[in-house]
Design a protein around this ligand. Sequence first.
Ligand code: HEC
Ligand code: HEC
Length: 294
Amino acid sequence: MTVLVLALQLSVPLGLDAYIPTPETNPITRDMAFLGKRLFFDTALSRDRTVSCATCHQPDYAFADPHPRAIGLDGRKGPRRTPTILNRGYGKAFFWDGRAATLEDQVLGPIRNPDEMGMTVEAVLARIPNLTRDTLSRALATYVRTVLAGNSPYDRYIQGDKSALTAQQIAGLKLFRAKANCVACHVGPNLTDERFHNTGAGAAADHGRFTVTRHEEDRAAFKTPTLRQIAVRAPYMHDGSLRTLEEVIDFYDKAEPKPGLDPEIRPLHLTPQEKAALAAFLQSLSGVVKDGYE
Ligand code: HEC
Ligand code: HEC
């Protein structure tokens, strides 16, 4: 992997790092981003032509969707919630359990998944003239890299505009960084360490990262998601089991003991006022979302 400059106009107005890691074999170009966007919204990628990538990764829900679990072909429910694809160009491994190493690999997964689009790559190529498997995967991966979020009140605050956050949000940011310990995992410009943790979230028996590595310490560990645009994409967690940000905060505050819990997850003893401040801070992570080359 090398680091290439993504068109500056994409990044600078968002206040994000202008660099997005891109494989040498798939630099971001205008043509690939255009094609990728067309394919992303194209229902021809699903068997009965009813489902596109955007059926689940909906622009109106910050490229996630409002369902606790993903709904694909024939209304079939998948085992997990649709994660947002915002700023995934900065990702290191893909899916909740990190089973795909590159976006180029990842994007073919939903096409083949019987609960999602129920197709084969060959059948997609037969429907869309002049498309090759390589171009399909490179174009979709390129488009995903152009789906970016930034320029939130939080970004403006850390860049020096002290009026960008309210006093309550500033109190929430302090809690996020100290007493509430959120930065142990939600860290850096994209508010994620890109690692896997067992937070204890979720009722069902999903073994998460363990299924990929078979390491006992990865049991029920899931990838830390970005918190960008978090207020507009409820419900939360890999199985959508928490409906509101208030429920998320109560969940971390309680930290009910469970086997294999990450050591950074522990009871927080937040007061109602502190919980409200933390929720107000999470609202400040919503800014501008852009997709496509321009
Ligand atoms: C039926 C709903 C559905 C459709 C259709 C769908 N996705 Fe997803 N997407 C999901 C779910 C659910 C996951 C997480 C699955 C998991 O972790 O096992 C996911 C994960 C992803 C991720 C990884 C995000 C991350 O944080 O690691 C990317 C990127 C992505 N999808 C892109 C696409 C593209 C491109 C398409 C179209 C080819 C597509 N998706 C179609 C539901 C969907
Ligand atoms: C030990 C690491 C860790 C700590 C500490 C942590 N988180 Fe998380 N966070 C995660 C992981 C991992 C997930 C995904 C868990 C899942 O889906 O099962 C997550 C999910 C979330 C989500 C839902 C995101 C989504 O897209 O569904 C929110 C909101 C959130 N965390 C906020 C916080 C807040 C606020 C704090 C501090 C009180 C915090 N987190 C502390 C690792 C952590």
